[in-house]
Design a protein around this ligand. Sequence first.
Ligand code: HEC
Length: 146
Amino acid sequence: MQKLILFSLLFLILDAKNEFISEYEYGQMLYSNPRGISCTNCHGEFGEGKVIATYKQDNQEITLKGADIRDLNLTQFHKALNANHTIMPRYYLVNQEVIAIYKFIKEKNRRLTQPKIENDEEDLFIYSEENNESDLEPSLNTPTTF
Ligand code: HEC
């Protein structure tokens, strides 16, 4: 019975954890839906930059392209998002939102080239769970002799 309560509690805690969106998801949400036209339309899924339009002017093919924003630093990001541009709209995002988008772009590109690093907290949790099980096993399986 005690075990059952413990298990239900455990699932409740895990469930509650799932209700909060991660910082990555928050950044992703803002990047694709930033209270205005999506950044992905011009900067692509990874921030690599994308062709917005091509047109002819004086018999010359002109290509409009969103900038590659993968290798910028946070200061450059802030500057760009707090300025008026000719093509890029003004968004009026707060600092926290700019940081979230910046981190999302960096993390998304990191995941592309590097194998997934498990969350430290999760690792610790699984580790301690396994430990508890093996701690219990000997006392459950070996008959107690007095
Ligand atoms: C309509 C297309 C368009 C959209 C939508 C757009 N951008 Fe841009 N962005 C550009 C273009 C084009 C530039 C290059 C500067 C200029 O001429 O406007 C740029 C520049 C930038 C830069 C600076 C690049 C540099 O090299 O300094 C950053 C950072 C940036 N955008 C981030 C974003 C983010 C984040 C969003 C969404 C919140 C967004 N952009 C939405 C077109 C767009």
